[in-house]
Design a protein around this ligand. Structure first.
Ligand code: SAH
Length: 346
């Protein structure tokens, strides 16, 4: 089986049945260890031991969507809804800049009320911090609106495809939300000139290993700059409250595979991974991830931005505790850098 890992590293892809075969063996410790060794060396070729940080600002938890897995979906009446104003967002950027962040990620639900002022917010961040990148993650919009935000100065956009299988997509989302539109958005964003990030949850309800192989194939076709994956974690107020969380091993295995398939991609070790396991963040980094996104939102915002239960917002997950994160990364031989952290080309 190690020869399949070697082939994946050499060809950066594999036939579908071989991807499935590898995924079926993700619990094989020897194989996981070998994958870790190879994917770490691939990452080092491009990024050495450098870890990029992004300051996450959760600007609103209002959302018009009904994604069945998500704790802030429109149907959840128990959420205390909030939206940050321009000054609060700029204050978070100021704090973040002082700490060494050179990328700000504005993430939120699909809050159309904020649409009008968002281009101005983006432009103000770029004006105040011209050496920083602005990443947006605000869901599915028209091409014209994406263009408006790009023209205002946004550099990057994160929009996970969630699952590349049409039938699986329908099980995770209500009528009216289609895989087709999500993919249309991704290609519009790419076409406009954004650095695009996509990805999926590991272990979302009804997901099969075949689905995951199709996710890998979809991402290969899309060729994103960034790929975010993390375990599904249930939220008590959703339809999926009683479904089990995704597996740590499978998430790590997929991170390793993605590093081999996209050697210079920016791969975060996600908050969901850190929430699932105490060692999650470090294990993700050791498996080939090279990005961490500490939380820069004001406390009352991050508390109410609960996509899943027990989301970590304290300790090294909080931007203000960057020193402790730096120390943790140093302990495992990695170095957090103050850098925009763009994709490297050899
Ligand atoms: N509205 C934006 C941001 C969504 S939240 C958008 O549509 O892109 C960011 C990501 O969190 C989602 O894409 C999803 O993959 C993930 N997420 C949502 N609920 C989750 C859960 N219960 N467990 C793990 N990840 C979840």
């Amino acid at each position: 089986m190690k020869d399949l890992i070697d082939a994946l590293a050499a060809d950066r892809t594999l036939p579908r049945d071989e991807l499935i075969f590898l995924l079926k063996n993700h619990e094989n410790e020897g194989l996981l260890e070998y994958l870790r060794y190879i994917s770490d060396s691939v990452r080092r070729t491009y990024y050495s031991n450098k870890i990029f940080i992004r300051g996450l600002i959760e600007f609103s938890n209002y959302c018009r969507c009904g994604c069945r897995y998500c704790g802030i979906n429109a149907c959840n009446k128990n959420v205390l809804r909030y939206r940050l104003g321009k000054e609060e967002i700029l204050a978070s950027c100021r704090t973040g800049y002082g700490l060494g962040f050179r990328t700000f990620v504005l993430q939120g639900g699909e809050d159309v009320v904020m649409d009008k002022e968002m281009p101005d917010i983006v432009a103000s961040i770029k004006e105040n911090y011209p050496d920083c990148a602005v990443t947006l993650s605000l869901g599915e919009r028209s091409r014209d609106y994406y263009q408006e935000l790009f023209d205002a100065g946004a550099d990057r956009f994160l929009l996970r495809h969630e699952t590349a299988d049409k039938e699986h997509y329908v099980k995770l989302h209500p009528k009216g939300q289609t895989l087709e539109n999500r993919i249309r958005c991704l290609y519009d964003l790419k076409d406009i000139g954004y650095q695009v990030g996509s990805g999926f949850m590991v272990g979302s309800p009804y997901q099969t290993l075949e689905n995951l192989a199709d996710d890998l194939i979809f991402l290969k076709e899309l060729g994103p700059h960034m790929i975010g994956i993390g375990p599904f974690i249930p939220h008590h107020d959703t339809e999926f409250a009683n479904y089990p969380a995704g597996s740590l091993k499978l998430t790590l295995f997929l991170l390793g595979m993605l590093r081999l398939m996209h050697p210079n991609a920016l791969l975060p070790s996600t908050t969901a991974l850190a929430t699932l396991s105490e060692q999650g963040r470090s294990l993700g980094i050791q498996m080939g991830a090279n990005v961490i996104m500490p939380n820069l939102s004001p406390d009352n915002a991050s508390t109410n931005y609960q996509l899943y239960d027990n989301k970590l917002i304290t300790g090294s997950e909080a931007a203000k505790n960057l020193e402790s994160l730096k120390k943790k990364m140093n302990e495992i031989g990695f170095e957090i850098v103050t850098d925009r952290g763009d994709t490297k080309h050899l």
